[in-house]
Each structure stands twice: as C-alpha cells, then as structure tokens.
Write a protein that binds this ligand. Sequence first.
Ligand SMILES: Nc1ncnc2c1ncn2[C@@H]1O[C@H](COP(=O)(O)OP(=O)(O)OP(=O)(O)O)[C@@H](O)[C@H]1O
Length: 112
Amino acid sequence: MKIVMAIIKPFKLEEVRDALTGIGVHGLTVTEVKGYGRQKGHTEIYRGAEYAVSFLPKLKIEVAVPSDQVAKVIDAITTSAKTGQIGDGKIFVYAIDQAVRIRTGETDADAL
Ligand SMILES: Nc1ncnc2c1ncn2[C@@H]1O[C@H](COP(=O)(O)OP(=O)(O)OP(=O)(O)O)[C@@H](O)[C@H]1O
C-alpha cells in the first residue's frame, strides 16, 4: 500500500475529488497547509490577485491505495489539478505498512 500525497491549489479540490471518485477512490484526507515551490521570489496568482510568494495557502490531499493503483491515482490528480500556471503543486508517494478500519477491524487492502 502507498500514500499518494498531493499539494494542490485550493480551488481545485472539487475537481480533484470528482476525479478520484471517478476512479473508485473511496476516501481521502484534506489538510489546509502553506508552502512554496521553486517560484519563491516570483509571483503567483491566488484568488485573482498577484502575490509575491512567500507561503501560499494550499491543500494537502492524502489517499491510501493499493500499490497497483498508484499510477491511476497520480494520473487523476495530475489531470484534474493542473492549470498550467506556476504553483500547480506536487505529488509525493510513500509506502505504508498497515491500514486498519476501526469499526470492523479489517486490515490492509480491505480497510481502504
Ligand atoms: N520540495 C518540496 N518539498 C515539499 N513540499 C513542496 C516541495 N515543492 C513544493 N512543495 C509544496 O507544493 C506546493 C506547490 O509547489 P509548486 O507547484 O509551487 O512547486 P514548483 O516546483 O515551484 O512548481 P511550479 O514550477 O509548477 O510552480 C508548495 O506550496 C509546497 O507546499
């Protein structure tokens, strides 16, 4: 199993969620975060205004999926979160050892 973690522009959340639902992803976690990428010192448009970038609001999305679904999830996020402008975000993938559904005690792929 893997966690696919994506940092996206906040206004892209609905599109990304719809794309993930469309490929059968049943759950995700969203966290409000702040960050910057390589454009630091340049500018980025946020809610119609141009900002000199230090830390900009972003959303962090985390999806736990079986390893064989990672490529599909990355593709769905990339396609739905992309504007083509700077600051579109990044995707990081890392391994997880275990998953448990608290209500039933199911584990690993059955718990996702
Ligand atoms: N190396 C990194 N490590 C951790 N988080 C990062 C890293 N790079 C970017 N991020 C996070 O991703 C967000 C979006 O990154 P961003 O798209 O601005 O990266 P970039 O490399 O400048 O790409 P672009 O050229 O598309 O602007 C940042 O605000 C930050 O939260």
